[in-house]
Design a protein around this ligand. Structure first.
Ligand code: NAD
Length: 459
């Protein structure tokens, strides 16, 4: 059953309560932070079966995939923070020479920004709601979590568990759709961490700007995979097919479309079809479904309008909102399948030379992820030097987003800000420089006071 949406009164109350708690300094205490991180660990550990069950209900996702993505990633992040919290949040000495460094004991403190609003997406409904909570707790913030309303079973479970495991004076959850989130965004938060689409990211940024609230936008985009004639085609096909298979391609770092050189496009299509056959072979429920009828209809609509050639898949099950992995070749930049982030198991292939591929990528908004397949390092370097994306994996997919501690975030249309590991601390803290010059320094620095004497300065 879906969780009831939060009322305006509940939103007002949560905002006031969290603001009041932050003012007491409760969430700044290092022991409190560690306790809350451990509570998050226990939330996952005690409720593993229920979490896997809601992910099955929301997305019909295989348990293996849910363990690998939602659970494992979250647990690793918690352990990493518990191990390093003291070091990562400690004040940092500033090496500014004798007077302003050593004698003034200059350093900066990583001050928690205050009350953070964390808004999650539905594709990994547990992970996207809780992963940013780890650095937010570690930084000493109070937190309001607003998970996606589209993954209704995950949303309901989070609504039940968050008050049970976390300190309710400092960490809360509110639920709702567009109108509730719009009302939440009217309030003054001290930090906003948003995961979702570029379109909604703009609304969030606008709302944040009214209060000058520092914001992290973790968005998506049209992530390309360029397969060159110098690539290992079979390996490229296997890995690209895999990126459209996990979560049925409903991943921000999935390959959105392939740009393949003319010499290898036939072989690539053949190997992609082969690997899709392998991935879909028997087994229980190999690939998950599309989250809901609206997204299913959106994808089907784009597929119906394509001018490309469907060369694999195309089978649809409306009732189960399931789309079989589908390959469409001879797609152009103007095609319906290139009009928006697909976020589904449809793979358009554009045939183009490497030079045209670079132009094509640069004509679109900067994606969150891009992929280059080539065994020739000079081609890889050329790709890196002439394009820009949130991250890149060379000769593979998705890996750059799962390297522990590697900054993960978008650029341009795919957002701003980074997290994962220590980089997450920067999202939720302010670097506050503190200088403590000794009073006797005035003797040494008397010449800096008026009346000025130019003869005492050399520059
Ligand atoms: P979405 O933007 O539709 O929704 C995200 C959140 O915003 C939800 O909690 C939703 O309730 C809220 N929301 C929706 N419309 C709103 C509005 N008009 N005003 C205020 N709030 C609103 O995104 P989604 O469909 O949940 O997720 C898919 C998108 O998220 C894709 O673009 C994907 O690439 C991106 N994504 C990015 C990352 C990342 O880490 N960069 C991770 C997962 C998903």
């Amino acid at each position: 059953m879906a969780a009831p949406y939060s009322t305006r009164e509940e939103i007002d109350e949560a905002h006031s309560a969290l603001t009041a708690t932050f003012a007491t300094g409760r969430s700044k205490d290092l022991a409190w932070r560690k306790w809350q991180l451990k509570q998050l660990w226990w939330l996952l550990e005690d409720n593993e079966e229920r979490i896997l069950e809601v992910l099955r209900k929301d997305l019909d996702r295989h348990t293996f995939e849910s363990c690998m993505t939602d659970l494992l990633v979250l647990k690793e992040e918690i352990l990493d923070f518990l191990k390093n919290l003291d070091k990562w949040t400690a004040e940092v000495k500033i090496d500014a020479g004798l007077i302003f460094g050593y004698l003034s004991k200059s350093h900066y403190r990583k001050e928690p920004l205050g009350v953070s609003l964390i808004i999650g997406a539905w594709n990994f409904p547990i992970l996207m709601a809780l992963l940013p909570v780890v650095p937010a707790i570690a930084s000493g913030c109070c937190i309001l979590i607003k998970p996606s309303e589209l993954a209704i079973h995950s949303e309901a479970l989070l609504r039940e568990l968050i008050p049970k495991y976390f300190d309710p004076t400092a960490i809360r959850i509110l639920t709702g759709g567009v109108s509730e989130t719009t009302y939440i965004l009217e309030k003054r938060w001290n930090q906003i961490f948003f995961t979702g689409s570029s379109k909604v990211g703009q609304f969030v940024a606008e709302a944040a700007a009214k209060h000058l609230t520092p914001t992290v936008l973790e968005l998506g985009g049209l992530g390309p995979a360029v397969v060159t004639k110098t690539a290992d085609i079979d390996l490229a096909a296997r890995r690209i097919a895999y990126s459209k298979f996990i979560n049925a391609g409903q991943i921000c770092v999935a390959v959105n479309h392939v740009i393949a050189e003319p010499e290898i496009v036939d072989k690539l299509v053949e190997r992609l079809s082969y690997w899709n056959d392998q991935f879909m072979k028997e087994g229980d429920n190999p690939m998950c479904k599309i989250i809901n009828a609206r997204n299913f209809d959106r994808l089907v609509g784009l597929l119906e309008q394509t001018n490309g050639k469907i060369v694999y898949g195309g089978k649809l099950d409306k009732e189960a909102t399931f789309i079989h992995p589908t390959i469409v070749r001879d797609v152009t930049l103007e095609d319906s399948l290139m009009s928006e982030e697909l976020f589904g198991p449809i793979l358009p292939i554009i045939t183009a030379t490497f030079e045209d591929a670079i132009q094509c990528i640069n004509s679109l908004s900067n994606p969150l992820a891009s992929y280059i397949f080539s065994k020739d390092d000079s081609v890889v370097q050329d790709f890196l030097n002439r394009t820009l994306s949130g991250g890149v994996t060379v000769n593979n997919v998705v890996i750059h987003s799962s390297i522990r501690g590697a900054p993960f975030g978008g650029v341009g249309g795919s957002g701003y800000g980074y997290y994962h590991g220590v980089t997450g601390i920067d999202c939720f803290t302010h670097k506050r420089t503190v200088a403590t010059p000794p009073s006797w320094l005035d003797g040494l620095m008397a010449f800096t006071y008026p009346p000025y004497q130019l003869s005492k300065v050399s520059y």
